[in-house]
Design a protein around this ligand. Structure first.
Ligand SMILES: [Zn+2]
Ligand SMILES: [Zn+2]
Length: 188
């Protein structure tokens, strides 16, 4: 979805947008959020499929929340719901997990604040690609390591068995021959 800030800011300062969707083709126009009332929050509810190269294993992303224009600034208060299917970095098992990430930003057309806050995004050319913004927020939120569960036991280095499914017995039965010799000495 594309947000046209020039249009939003124009409405916020009581200027009527001249031709908000003038040069766009129909598909683009359909994806542009149209603003009808400055005072009320605008409900945003849509979904999109992220670029597989940017977010591997991600499902369609469902976006919901509100957008509000206050004093030439656009307040985004959204939530992105999606599923990620990845392989565990410890046991290599493929697993799917549901995420619900808050997407909170203030969009401005020029940096008219002294507060340098990472929720503030300065828009250079009035157009904001909301899909791109959300995709990048999700990328930044991804953990360094993907684990199927907090206490994943990984795989046995010897036999390769997934230890989450039970012990393999490698440690109990296979004693290093040198240790076995030592053990028999101690037993004598
Ligand atoms: Zn695992
Ligand atoms: Zn084993």
């Amino acid at each position: 979805m594309i947000l046209d800030l020039k249009m939003l800011v124009g409405i916020a300062s009581n200027q009527l947008p001249s031709s908000p969707i003038g040069t766009l083709n129909q598909t683009e126009a359909a994806e542009i959020l149209t603003i009808s009332d400055e005072d009320r929050p605008h409900i945003i509810s849509y979904s999109f499929s992220p670029d597989e190269e940017l977010l591997a294993g991600c499902s369609e992303i469902s976006v919901s929340g509100t957008l509000k224009v206050v004093s030439s600034m656009v307040y985004l208060d959204l939530r992105a719901d999606y599923f990620l299917t990845v392989s565990c970095d410890r046991c290599t098992e493929i697993f799917t997990r549901k995420y619900s990430l808050p997407i909170e930003h203030i969009l401005v057309t020029s940096h008219n604040t002294d507060n340098y806050d990472d929720t503030i995004i300065v828009i250079e050319d009035s157009r904001v690609d909301l899909d791109e913004l959300i995709t990048s927020d999700i990328q930044l939120s991804l953990p360094m390591k993907q684990l199927c569960r907090e206490d994943c036991r990984g795989i046995c280095q010897k036999c390769g068995k997934n230890l989450n499914e039970g012990d393999c017995g490698c440690n109990d039965s296979e004693i290093d021959p040198r240790l076995a010799a030592l053990k028999s000495l101690l037993e004598d």
